[in-house]
Design a binder for this molecule. Structure first.
Ligand code: GDP
Ligand code: IMO
Ligand code: MG
Length: 423
């Protein structure tokens, strides 16, 4: 059984937690896109792990974890992450973590270029994580990027880094940002590369032989559908295909190998960074922040919060081919009296059941809500779907109906054990 786990909103849906939960019955966990802009939180055995580039399967023994060709990989950041997670008692051996030799390298000046672009956009800035994701993917598409395999040829890599560094410095100088010394960049990148070298390999045959021998493969999406470069709220998106197709192009496993797509969403909606957010609600944001919830795992920024938006989810289920929903953070709504679900948008007097492409239409989209009674009791101790209060089940059933996909899992707390399997 090969399953893709994909985010259905603007990221931070709880993908890491669901991947960790499903890893028990998987053999290989694969990241196929994004970079260390991702922040996936897993809580188990009283420990909290925040993963950026490492697949969430790394916390289990005897599972293979792959960073696929579609990922943009900051080697310096990954070495720091490995050290941090190892310091938490998790062994990361060369046979447990494989890095695709085709993955693209995020270079130190990509992060600064990311910052420069944000400055140049002024009040139109995207609110990126400043991890160099956009510039690294731009170099890939412009065919001037550097892949892990290219670092094996030091003469080639030195020439390419020197050339790109000079070009980057021209841009950075314009914004009075730090410029880079190419020799220092090469040194820094090679120190990290030498540390990662035992993990770097051609991951495609490894994946194919795992598939052919009947292993269970689990793909861990990063970001979410509304941040997808094609399907998201462009230009307020990330620079990769975060939707299920990205797992195939980002790993080398064909679409014919995929058996299921689990779409992860929160029981409400959150978003960090700029861009449209029709169901954003200050009252709900203040309430959830007051509970100490919804602060970003990567940047610590408070996430904007809002009501469940099934216009987005309906679209996300379509483009991802969702076969089952994992609805997390149901417990976040435990104390609310009345809950709102957005069923459509009213744009200039016309009802839309799918999101628009036109950016100005987003700003005129008025959510049409349906009210549902809250369950007003603690769900965090539920251990079976059947234990959920009747009104929580009714909320989930309505969510599934409006999105056109069945509920598969429900999250009632951040711990690995607080995941319920729907009947
Ligand atoms: P990801 O990027 O999709 O992996 O999600 P993040 O880890 O960035 O954000 C999800 C947040 O919600 C984290 O703080 C998780 O620990 C937390 N979380 C996930 N599922 C649940 C849940 O069902 N209930 C609660 N209370 N927290 C959850
Ligand atoms: P996970 O995997 C939430 C957002 C940023 C910004 C936009 C572009 O944890 O769900 P980028 O740095 O990618 O160029 O930023 O995308 N963003 C995320 N938001 N969760 C994430 O990842 C995100 N990764 C990027 O806030 O709005
Ligand atoms: Mg996250």
């Amino acid at each position: 059984m090969n399953t893709i786990i994909t985010g259905l909103q603007w990221g931070d849906e709880g993908k890491g937690k669901i991947v960790d939960f499903l890893t028990e019955s998987a053999d290989v966990v694969i990241r196929g896109q994004g970079g260390n802009n991702a922040g996936h939180t897993v809580i188990t055995g009283g420990n909290k792990y925040v993963l950026h580039l490492l697949p969430s399967g790394i916390l289990w023994d005897d599972k293979i974890n792959i960073i696929g060709n579609g990922v943009v990989l900051d080697p310096v950041g990954l070495v720091l992450e490995i050290e941090r997670i190892e310091a938490q008692g998790v062994a990361i051996t060369a046979d447990k973590l494989l890095i695709s030799d085709r993955s693209h390298v995020v270079l130190p000046f990509h992060k600064e270029l990311d910052a420069a672009r944000e400055v140049s956009l002024g009040d139109q800035k995207i609110g990126t994580t400043k991890r160099g994701i956009g510039p690294a993917y731009a170099d890939k598409i412009n065919r001037c990027g550097l892949r892990m395999a290219d670092l094996l040829d030091k003469d080639f890599a030195t020439a390419r880094i020197t050339h790109r560094c000079a070009e980057a410095n021209e841009v950075l100088a314009r914004y009075d940002l730090t410029t880079f010394d190419a020799a220092q960049v090469i040194d820094e990148v090679y120190t990290a590369f030498e540390r990662l070298r035992p993990h770097i390999t051609n991951t495609i045959p490894v994946l194919h032989s795992a598939w052919k021998s009947g292993n269970n493969l689990l793909f861990e999406g990063a970001q979410g559908t509304l941040l997808d470069i094609d399907f998201g709220t462009y230009p307020f998106v990330t620079s990769s295909n975060t939707t299920s197709g990205g797992s195939c192009t980002g790993s080398g496993l064909p679409p014919t190998a995929i058996d299921a797509v689990i779409g992860v969403c929160k029981a409400y909606t959150t978003r960090v960074g700029s861009g449209p957010f029709p169901t954003g609600d200050e009252g709900l944001s203040d309430y959830l922040h007051g509970l100490g919830r919804e602060f970003g795992a990567t940047t610590g920024r408070p996430r904007g919060c809002g009501w469940l938006d099934t216009v987005l989810l309906r679209f996300a289920c379509m483009v991802n081919g969702v076969t089952g929903l994992a609805v997390t953070n149901v417990d976040g709504l435990d104390a609310y009296e009345t809950l709102q679900i957005c069923t459509s948008y009213d744009i200039d007097g016309e009802i839309h059941e799918l999101p628009p492409a036109d950016r100005s239409a987003w700003d005129r989209a008025v959510p049409v809500y349906e009210s549902l009674p809250g369950w007003k009791c603690d769900t965090t101790a539920c251990t079976r779907y059947e234990d959920l209060p009747q009104l929580a089940k009714a909320y989930l059933t309505r969510l599934g109906e409006l999105c056109g996909a069945p509920i598969a899992f429900v999250g009632v707390g951040p711990d690995r054990t607080q995941t319920l399997v729907a009947p």
